[in-house]
Design a protein around this ligand. Sequence first.
Ligand code: HEM
Length: 404
Amino acid sequence: MSDRPTAPELTGPIFDDPFYAGDPFPHYARLRAAAPLVWHEDPAMATGGIWVASRYADVMAVSRDPDRFSSAKGILAFEVGVEYPTPPTMMHMDPPEHTRLRQATATGFRPSRIRALEPGVRERVDRLVGALPAGGSTDIVHGLAAPLPLMMICSLLGLPEDDWPTFLEFSDAAIPGAAPLTNERRAQLMADSERMQREHIARRRTERGEDYVTDLIEAVGNDGEPLGLTDDEIFVIVNQLFIAGNETTRNLISGGMVALAERADQWALLRDDPSLIPTAVEELLRWTTPVVAFMRTATGDTDLGGERIHAGDPVLLLYASANRDEAEFGPDADRLDVTRRPNHHVAFGFGPHVCVGAALARLEGRVVLEALTGRFATVEVAGTVDRTPSGIIAGVHRAELRFG
Ligand code: HEM
């Protein structure tokens, strides 16, 4: 036993659990009220447990300070104690190593690039929304939320977008708990995915394309000098885009639409005044918080939230809880309000790792809402809403909605 404050009934479960497929928010509220930081004991972890930060202020304090709280020892709770010979993703790096890959990645997501994508997003959204039935029940995940982000990532990378169902499987395999797969199947899919991505990178080395992989090959640093990324580095970035850019945006759209389908008044507000849509996207990001939590590790002894954190202690950043913190969002933090302003949610993280694809996710969210509110007067839940039992991704596998 340690002298750290514990509250097992509030901090568990940390990993994948049916708990996450239900309504974890009342649980988070009790956790926030209990203490800023609580130690979750877990003898299976190399560290004997993990700190859980549930309040907005502490999640921000850790996120903005990579010197005190490192990403290099893993960002997911099940990675506690893992040692990587080379970082598996850019998210697993600290400055200054991280800065190099971040510069290269951000080039393809600069505002002018994202603005230029809008007609392509709109064309795909119009096609997908046009195929949704009026009156009948339809699964919004397979009809819209899953294909759109994958189509956009394929198009960015220069891969055939009609293959999106294959890429959906690849990406599901990479996130524990995201899909019911055996370990063998998961390993096979991840190997297939890596082979396909490496073949594509090799092709672009010899055959230039108008795509993001070519951008990465030709990327220059802030000093104008070529970054000279290796194939391994490019693979790390591309692989991350597939996963980071797809599950998350999918669940913003599916979870966001379920939330609106449950609140006719909020849908009516958007129908009456489409200029509210960008504000609504921010509120749906806050409300759904597609990434439930990431982790950092203390680089030395330090204080946080009134607790003494020791070198090597892992800290779980519970974004889903921080985004409902009354201290930041006021007494109505637990109410969906598409007119909410200001709204400094932490759905995209904060600090040096803040989501590089945020502008693309916002663009997709906005165009989807514009198309749906433009076409349908009403939306309601018509059947099953099947959520993912994952402590990483707040996912929706299936959501039967009826548009009218
Ligand atoms: C609603 C959609 C999205 C959400 C909620 C989301 C969430 C996040 C969060 C919380 C982080 C911070 C990681 C950390 O601090 O360790 C992050 C980083 C990242 N995201 Fe997103 N993301 C979304 C969409 C996208 C898209 C569309 C892309 C690209 C196509 C993308 C690519 C990335 C990458 C590459 C990073 C790593 C940045 C770094 O380590 O410097 N994300 N995202």
